[in-house]
Design a protein around this ligand. Structure first.
Ligand SMILES: Cc1cc2nc3c(=O)[nH]c(=O)nc-3n(C[C@H](O)[C@H](O)[C@H](O)COP(=O)(O)OP(=O)(O)OC[C@H]3O[C@@H](n4cnc5c(N)ncnc54)[C@H](O)[C@@H]3O)c2cc1C
Ligand code: SF4
Length: 464
């Protein structure tokens, strides 16, 4: 995929020097800082921070454990609700979730308890002898999970805890989903994503098969007959298109594909890096892309969005990060034309200015041109697999709905699809927030529903 940028110069320098620029965005708390921070918690009754956490972590309780120097106890409280508590402590937008809700985030103090950093302190410093959770006695049931991202693996872990066998089928060659291939490198540096998966799998009872893609060499009909239930945690693998001529020209690519290559790069210095880049989009992916390009040495990165700042889906915190990296943000401009040089490579883009008219976004006719050696699209992801033929006879039975032009799988409150025995969660279902923590919660709740459904079916079948 990075072939599209092969004509660009390499980042240069040394891998070691560049790696230094991708160390932790937020350094961990020291033991003393954690002690001071945990003392700020008021251990609120019916704590708003817990209500704001998509996985319902008992925040007051784990912070009290930290305060009492019971780090393992704190970590267990977190992991009980969120087995990806380590990565969520690093990637969660806490400023719009638990920390936003914290009672210390009031007008007088405006200083919420640093819940994310305390969570990280507990998970990173807990020393368990073996896996902290026991598996229930075996049920004799086996569930197929498709996709080894946060949703699929959270589902697999909870099913294993409940005594089921789990077989995970993953299209790529590594587990972790976007934790491994998508999250900004400075948020989850090093091999943290793989270490976390290893820890999760150490509960036992979970097998993973790689290079198995549903809709390609894997058929839903087959899984449906071979397993007691199927969970789909497919994420959103397809990048949306701009719909412009020149979209496939060298120099124009999806931001997620570049980020995946960056995260897997053995030698950062060999990565092609544009001197001037345009990133189209307004979400966290766009910000991550722009900031990482800057860290790789790009001189000029312009993020272009067709609406105003207030409509950007990136959080205020993320936008601040972009500003501190000198990313230029150009609002009210919609992509109009990809500009190519005589060799057919990207040399920039033409945008048309926009404005709101009676609440509707309209083009003003004023055109601007931005020169760039590369353009990255970060305008959203959609489901890829449902476009492929699934198993004959079953493919039409999964109901999809279109939200923002995306196909997603429709599920009920127990993450059941329209097809009995098939469940789905994470980014591939609607409606969703497209956050890691949300995917983990979906996987966990789907596992509980699968468990209940399987057991109630077994009871119903039991002769009286
Ligand atoms: C660039 C980027 C940055 C992000 N940053 C943040 C952040 O900072 N904080 C945050 O909370 N969230 C962030 N997110 C969102 C977060 O990563 C996702 O919400 C989360 O990973 C969703 O988990 P999932 O398991 O549903 O899907 P994924 O993580 O996408 O996992 C899906 C898995 O299914 C596999 N798969 C797909 N199709 C098939 C198939 N046909 N057959 C078999 N396997 C298949 C994939 O290979 C993958 O392993 C970011 C997303 C992106 C794209
Ligand atoms: S809202 Fe803030 S002070 Fe209250 S329990 Fe949660 S973290 Fe502690």
């Amino acid at each position: 995929m990075i072939e599209s940028l092969q004509h660009l110069p390499q980042a240069g320098g040394t891998h070691a020097a560049l790696s230094e620029r991708f160390t932790d965005l937020a350094p961990p708390l020291t033991a003393r800082q954690a002690a001071i921070e945990s003392a700020r918690c008021l251990y609120c009754y019916d704590a708003p921070c817990t209500r704001a956490c998509p996985t319902g972590i008992d925040v007051a309780s784990f912070i009290r454990n930290i305060h009492d120097h019971n780090i393992e106890g704190a970590a267990v409280k977190i992991l009980q609700q969120n087995i990806f508590g380590g990565s969520c402590a690093r990637v969660c937008p806490t400023e719009i979730l638990c920390e936003d809700a914290c009672v210390r985030n009031n007008e007088l103090e405006a200083q919420p308890v640093k819940i994310g950093l305390l969570q990280r302190h507990a998970i990173d410093n807990a020393r368990f002898k073996g896996h902290p959770f026991q598996r229930a006695p075996g049920t004799g049931k086996t569930i197929a999970v498709v996709g080894a991202g946060p949703a699929g693996l959270a589902c697999a872990h909870r099913l294993a805890m409940l005594g089921h066998g789990v077989v995970v089928f993953e299209a790529r060659e590594k587990p972790g989903g976007l934790n491994e291939y998508g999250i900004a490198k400075y948020k989850l540096p090093g091999d943290f994503a793989q270490q976390e998966v290893e820890f999760l799998l150490s509960i036992g009872g979970i097998e993973i098969h790689y290079g198995q893609a549903l809709g390609d060499n894997l058929r839903l009909a087959d899984l449906h007959t071979r397993f007691d239930a199927v969970f789909l945690g497919l994420g959103l693998a397809a990048s949306r298109r701009l719909g412009l001529t020149g979209e496939d020209a060298p120099g124009l690519m999806a931001a997620v594909d570049y980020i995946a290559t960056l995260r897997q790069a053995g030698d950062l210095a060999a990565l092609p890096v544009p001197r001037r880049a345009i990133v189209i989009g307004a979400g966290n992916t766009a910000i991550d892309m722009a900031v990482q390009l800057k860290r790789l040495g790009a001189d000029e990165v312009t993020l272009v969005y067709r609406r105003g700042f207030e409509a950007m889906s990136a959080t205020g915190h993320e936008i601040e990060i972009a500003k501190t990296h000198f990313v230029r943000i150009r609002t009210w401009a919609a992509p109009l034309e990809v500009l190519l040089d005589e060799d057919g490579r990207v040399r920039g883009m033409r945008f048309e200015e926009t404005r709101l008219e009676d609440g509707r976004l309209v083009n003003t006719g004023a055109v601007i041109e931005i020169a760039a050696d590369a353009v990255f699209k970060a305008i959203g992801q959609g489901m890829a697999v449902l476009a492929d033929p699934l198993a004959p006879g079953l493919e039409n039975e999964l109901e999809h709905e279109r939200s923002n032009g995306n196909q997603r799988i429709r599920v009920d409150a127990g993450f059941r699809t329209a097809l009995p025995g098939v469940y789905a969660g994470g980014d591939c279902v609607a409606p969703g927030q497209d956050l890691t923590v949300q995917a983990v919660q979906h996987g966990k709740l789907a596992a509980l529903a699968i468990h209940d459904d399987i057991l109630s079916k077994a009871e119903a079948a039991w002769p009286t």
